[in-house]
Design a protein around this ligand. Structure first.
Ligand code: B12
Length: 314
């Protein structure tokens, strides 16, 4: 008999990421399986689980421990995309960022990390501006804005290119509507989250929003985070920061992200603090997946030991 969980002989659905869009949870059947419409089968249960997450689960296997060819190929492609995103550089004078840079008179400064290689080996250098950058910022940006927005390449310049053109205008418009003064946005290459402290020291804004590329995973290489801090200063840690993460095509869309970031910035202003002292107002709860009528117990296939079902062999 085919093992419906580990799928030794037949896949339980299409491969990892594409299945989130294409799976037919209520109709999936295994070859040779007979199932009534609406009946809960292991194949349908697996397809349902896979339809609500891009995680690589229920992908089946080839032989005892091998990935299926399709799984192996998508894994390699996604890993290559992640490596490319980490190595990519943020170019403000190239599309799609050039139009944005012109609209908001953005300019680029560097952290103390000399190049991408040094950036990856020395995270501490990405948390401090280069001396020339400090002069440029002090000369170009007004001090004491209610909201200062900064864009950092972080670990994915691809995330910046994909998300910031939609997000930044919404943030500036929303902040202006709230009557906040908005500082001149600028971009930082080879940037880490800790650069927030230098921004606070240099420009003395109220709230700072750092839009920065997240470390790419194997589900997307284009995910952006907005890290927020209230009056950041040297010595502040992540305990004094908040964030809205997972801003990307299959995560939080730009309009929803802008709303959450602005609401969070308003909460920081009201509290006169950030980090663990402030909880995000109305943080969205995870929506439960629609329940199956009845779920069958995951039982081992007759030819498999129990530990091989539903988990990694120990
Ligand atoms: C890498 C990572 C970590 C690493 C950070 C080490 C490092 N030097 O990179 C470790 C494993 C230590 C970690 C720990 C935690 N993390 Co974390 N982490 C991530 C991850 C996978 C990538 C972050 C990234 O790329 N940042 C951008 C780069 C450029 O930043 P960086 O300057 O190189 O590194 C800084 C940030 O990563 C920051 N950071 C990492 N996690 C968190 C969490 C919070 C609340 C804050 C304020 C900062 C922060 O710490 C680093 C040093 O300043 C994200 C997933 C995601 N989708 O973003 C989760 C993520 C950011 N982490 C999360 C959480 C909850 C935590 C913890 C609170 C877990 C816990 N209960 O202990 C701790 C907090 C640690 C802290 N710094 O105070 C959540 C935040 C959810 C939210 N909106 O509040 C995320 C989004 C994961 C998720 N659940 O989806 N994390």
């Amino acid at each position: 008999m085919t093992d419906p969980v580990t799928g030794d002989e037949a896949p339980v659905g299409p491969s990892a990421n594409p299945s989130a869009e294409t799976a037919q949870p209520t109709e999936a059947v295994l070859p040779g399986e007979t199932a009534q419409p609406g009946e809960v089968t292991l194949a349908r249960l697996a397809a349902r689980v896979r339809s609500v997450t891009p995680a690589r689960i229920f992908t089946g296997r080839a032989g005892v421990t091998g990935y299926r060819t399709e799984t192996q190929l998508t894994l390699r492609a996604d890993h290559a995309a992640a490596r490319d995103a980490v190595a990519a550089t943020m170019e403000l004078d190239q599309p799609p960022l050039a139009a944005l840079a012109e609209t908001f008179r953005m300019f680029t400064v560097a952290s103390s990390a000399g190049d991408r290689r040094e950036y990856l080996h020395r995270p501490d250098l990405g948390r401090r501006f280069a001396p020339t950058a400090r002069e440029q910022i002090a000369a170009a940006c007004p001090r004491g804005a209610d909201l200062q927005i900064v864009v950092g390449d972080g670990l994915s310049a691809r995330a910046v290119a994909a998300q910031v053109p939609a997000l930044l205008p919404l943030l500036v418009a929303g902040a202006t509507q709230r009557g906040w003064s908005v500082g001149r946005p600028f971009a930082v290459t080879n940037c880490r989250v800790g650069i927030l402290n230098d921004i606070g020291e240099l420009l003395d804004p109220g709230a700072v929003v750092l839009l920065i590329g997240e470390r790419p995973g194997l589900a997307t290489a284009e995910s952006l985070s907005a890290y927020l801090a209230w009056r950041p200063r040297p010595g502040h840690t992540d305990a004094e920061r908040n964030l809205v993460a997972n801003i990307h095509a299959r995560g939080i869309a730009a309009p929803a992200a802008a709303h959450r970031i602005l609401e969070l910035a308003a909460a920081l202003r009201a509290a006169g603090a950030s980090g663990v002292a402030v909880k995000e107002p109305d943080a969205p709860a995870l929506e439960p997946a629609p329940a199956l009528e009845s779920a069958p117990a995951l039982e081992p296939a007759p030819d498999r030991p129990a530990r091989a079902v539903g988990g990694r062999p120990g």
